[in-house]
Design a protein around this ligand. Structure first.
Ligand SMILES: [Zn+2]
Ligand SMILES: [Zn+2]
Length: 183
């Protein structure tokens, strides 16, 4: 298995679109999940299919690099490499479109702004999503008409390729080599 920056754009698009709708664990024989997308990074809620979001049972998920769904930094227009969990920890601000205008809130008020969601806190490595974010910068920048990230964490590039291959295979039934081919 070789790595290169060349990615099959049609398959990349298929993977990026598909993983939005796949809850973590859904293809691993676990129970059906709620699937409500995070209001920021769009990662689906991982709670049980029939859970009702209330004050003691809010939606929650593992959050992904939010640039995968077009979130970006306000000043540079670069795709965001961080997840909602990291944005809470790093005390970042978010712009939320409400009642016809943009409002600015700290990420640490996430659960006050989005009252059916838990404050993002679950840390779970998402190697496939991080790997796709790192290797599909050009595709994502064109798709969302934004700039590529100048701060992709090195760890996003260094994930175990066998694990990536297994995840691709579980989700789409395709192999790593079909997407990331050498020229
Ligand atoms: Zn999120
Ligand atoms: Zn939920």
């Amino acid at each position: 298995m070789k790595t290169s920056n060349y990615a099959n754009q049609v398959l990349v698009e298929k993977v990026v679109e598909k993983i939005f709708h796949v809850s973590f664990g859904m293809n691993e024989g676990m129970l059906p999940r709620c699937g409500e997308p995070c209001p920021r990074c769009k990662c689906p809620c991982i709670k049980a299919f029939d859970h009702i979001s209330g004050s003691d049972n809010r939606h929650d998920t593992f959050h992904q690099p939010s640039g995968l769904v077009g979130c970006h930094w306000d000043k540079t227009l670069e795709l965001s490499e961080s997840s909602c969990v990291e944005d809470v920890l790093n005390n970042k601000l978010m712009i939320v479109y409400e009642n016809g205008e943009d409002k600015i809130y700290p990420y640490k008020d996430f659960d006050k702004v989005f009252t059916t969601w838990e404050l993002p806190s679950i840390k779970q490595p998402l190697p496939l999503r991080e790997y796709l974010f790192a290797h599909c910068q050009d595709y994502l920048a064109v798709k969302y008409e934004l700039q590529i990230s100048s701060s992709v964490p090195a760890k996003y590039y260094s994930h175990d390729l066998d694990e990536i291959d297994r995840q691709l295979n579980r989700i789409l039934g395709i192999q790593f080599d079909e997407i990331f081919m050498s020229r």
